[in-house]
Design a protein around this ligand. Structure first.
Ligand code: GLC
Length: 723
């Protein structure tokens, strides 16, 4: 009998339910506060998993209680939300998505895992894979942006980064793909609200990233808090047991979200805790995070015959299997056995600086005002986010401290000098006090350029942070307008650095700024990364993974829309449009300026019929007609003009990158598997349909900027017939 079966055969019901329970330590609270001390329960074997504990010593102390003092010595599984870094913080995931660089996505996950494992952790509740097209939802910040194909690429990279090739290795973490699924489509962008979308949209938009995570070997999945068309995900048999475990063959652990099993009562599908525990277990949820529903509800459910011991054993078996795969039985102290060497930590900070600079999306660079290269440059670095370390972390800051993240002011002062960099806050992020504006304007007098740092506070995005108004909070707009007016009178450029966890609705800011950088929340090296771009040490290359609305009324807004039977036609009143705002976004998906100026030409695709098994080679020439070296990201979209179901006007199917010196030309080659052109037919089953498909290549999801070529999908002639 193997080790797990042998253990299982000895376990009491209380010990089994302990392995199905995850309790928060008091080191961090990420949900409704439920007090209580777990140490006796760990010794009794009635708590088998913890979250929010940080520090190798603390972890090992708890591990020792489980391994050396409990009856069966089953090691604890301890997890934390290492979402975009542990102690060293990288840009928020939405900002990292802007790199369009799978190697970097994997590298930051790998580095985060190293740092968290050195603190004794064995699980991260990441990657968050919720595609979202609604910036009212605060958790857009944590996700992969608006596109399912991009979400799938990020899923693969992150799972490989966190888990490595050997889950038992001391520097890896079990990843948790979350929140399964469609949480990003909450009604009206309101946090935790019901999700009510078509099955087609669930399958085409919200499942691909999870399919990719499972294919990449993710060890665990976390269902969303939300209900999907009236069925709470925590109790969703069709999507958990049916699709995830049945169709995709997922054999790992399903861990509930924080207190979510108990919340089946609030959803109105469970009468009490025993009923809620029954529903979750029947759906395939193995670990109850912080609801205590399994420990308190399953004994009654068992006695009433609502669940069987076999169903409980199945859950326990999966949890023990994960602990075995993590090497926790062989050496429960392996993670955190030794502190990281300082060289690794400083290398990680350097990586955070590179990633921070590459996450920056230059949305505007009027008159080529950037980079600022004047000798003896004097700056005024002003605004409520000019010198705020805590806000540079962004939401979900892991185990990092509030201080120690390089602010914009610190970044510029380190590179220029204190004497050359003046500072004033001007206004706060979100209160009504404008008394500081005058002092800030005074700082502009002696500056060659003004760096205006505005946006959201870190706490205004992330979980439980939906916003109905998507402009700048507080009196920042009044402040910015005063700065623009003074700068204009002084003839000084204003470079706006915008911090946010979502695309904000700021058309006026785009209009009035001389340069506009979307910095998201750049993490521990924020100020250095921003100064690197502004001063020209790094050429900006970030591309926005979300469409930026002109108005909140456009939301949800995304490039992969279906065409409508009356697509927008300026010459025809009766077509799809608003009376008061254009249909298109202020900045489209994929948009991002560089210090170069790129021209596309000579798009080449194969002639003749393309069979499902073929690989389509797409080539395009790119020339840098600008005066500075830069890296261009080239996007590959498709559009199936005539199909058995309506297809989006653009579908993202690939991207490539090319770095070119001024005057240089190069060719970007992208490979597209014809099978990737399958879609869900009328019966929601994948179909490869013969017919013409457009291939569109260019700098962003704006059709007017894309080169177009056509390919013909064909079913291979029956064998024996030659054409
Ligand atoms: C939170 C979040 C989830 C997180 C969990 C543990 O409420 O929804 O993403 O992993 O609880 O902190």
């Amino acid at each position: 009998m193997n080790r797990i079966e042998s253990l299982l055969s000895k376990m009491t019901l209380a010990e089994k339910l302990g392995q199905m329970t995850m309790t928060a330590s008091s080191y961090a609270v990420t949900g409704p506060v439920i007090a209580g001390d777990s140490t006796q329960a760990i010794k009794d074997g009635t708590i088998g998993n913890l979250l929010n504990m940080v520090g190798a010593q603390h972890v090992h102390d708890m591990q020792r209680l489980a391994v050396e003092e409990s009856r069966l010595g089953i090691p604890l599984l301890i997890g934390l939300d290492v979402i975009h870094g542990h102690r060293t913080v990288f840009p928020i995931p939405l900002g990292e998505a802007a790199l369009f660089d799978p190697k970097m996505w994997a590298l930051t996950a790998q580095e985060s895992a190293r740092e968290a494992a050195a603190d004794g952790l064995a699980m991260t509740f990441a990657p968050m894979l919720d595609v979202s097209r609604d910036p009212r939802w605060g958790r857009s910040a944590e996700g992969p942006g608006e596109d399912p194909w991009l979400g799938a690429r990020i899923a693969e990279a992150k799972v490989h980064g966190y888990q490595g090739n050997d889950l038992a290795a001391p520097h890896t973490l079990s990843a948790v793909a979350k929140h399964y699924c469609a949480y990003g489509a909450v009604t009206a962008g309101r946090e935790y609200a019901s999700v009510d979308i078509s099955e087609r949209t669930v399958r085409e938009v919200h499942l691909p990233a999870f399919e990719a995570a499972v294919a990449a070997g993710v060890a665990a999945v976390m269902p969303a808090f939300t209900d999907l068309a009236g069925v709470p995900m925590t109790a969703n048999v069709a999507l958990l047991r049916g699709w995830l475990r049945g169709k995709l063959g997922f054999r790992g652990v399903i861990v509930s979200d924080y207190h979510a099993i108990a919340e089946l009562i609030h959803h109105g599908v469970a009468a009490d805790l025993a009923h809620a525990a029954t529903l979750a277990l029947k759906a395939g949820v193995d670990i109850d995070m912080m609801a205590d529903a399994y420990r308190r509800g399953l004994p009654e459910a068992l006695s009433r015959g609502w669940v069987t011991m076999a169903e409980i054993d199945t859950a326990v078996r999966r949890v023990l299997t994960l602990k075995l795969r993590l090497g926790l039985f062989d050496d429960p102290y392996r993670r955190g056995a030794r502190p990281e060497d300082p060289a690794a930590v400083s290398a990680r900070r350097k990586l955070a600086r590179v990633v921070g600079s590459r996450a920056i999306v230059m949305l505007k660079n009027g008159q080529g005002v950037l980079p600022l290269t004047k000798p003896g440059l004097r700056l005024a670095v002003i605004g409520p986010l000019a010198d705020s370390s805590v806000d540079m972390r962004g939401p979900w800051w892991g185990a990092s401290a509030p201080e120690g993240h390089v602010t914009v002011l610190e970044g510029f002062r380190q590179m220029l000098s204190d004497a050359h960099v003046a500072h004033a806050q001007g206004v706060s992020i979100d209160d009504d006090d404008t008394s500081g504006i005058a002092a800030a304007l005074e700082r502009c007098e002696t500056a060659d350029a003004i760096i205006l740092c505005v946006g959201e506070a870190a706490a205004m995005s992330g979980e439980a942070a939906s916003r109905a108004h998507l402009g700048l909070p507080g009196r920042q707009r009044a402040f910015a307008d005063a700065v623009f007016e003074r700068a204009r009178s002084l003839g000084k450029p204003v470079v706006v650095v915008l911090f946010s966890g979502r695309p904000l609705v700021v058309p006026w800011l785009a209009e009035k700024s001389d340069a506009l950088l979307a910095a998201w929340f750049p993490g521990s090296e924020a100020g250095n990364a921003i100064a690197d771009v502004v001063l020209g040490h790094v050429s900006p290359s970030g591309r926005t993974p979300v469409s930026w609305p002109r108005a909140a009324g456009q939301v949800p807004i995304f490039f992969g829309q279906r065409p409508s039977g009356r697509p927008r036609d300026a010459a025809d009143h009766y077509t799809s449009k608003y009376l008061d705002v254009a249909n298109d976004p202020l900045f489209p998906f994929g948009f991002g300026l560089t210090f170069g100026r790129f021209k596309y030409s000579n798009l080449r695709v194969p002639a003749g019929g393309v069979a499902e098994s073929d690989t389509i080679v797409v080539r395009v020439d790119v020339a840098n007609e600008g005066r500075r070296a830069a890296e261009e990201t080239v996007f590959l979209f498709t559009h199936d003009r005539v199909a058995s179901v309506v297809r989006p006007v653009l579908e993202l199917k690939g991207f490539g990158k090319i770095s070119l010196e001024p005057g240089e030309t190069g060719t970007v080659t992208m490979l597209l598997a014809a099978a990737d052109l399958k879609f869900l037919g009328l019966d929601l089953e994948p179909v490869f349909e013969a017919g013409d498909v457009e291939i569109l290549v260019g700098p962003c999801a704006d059709r007017s900027q894309l080169l177009l070529a056509g390919i013909e999908l064909a079913h291979p002639a029956p064998s024996g017939i030659k054409r």
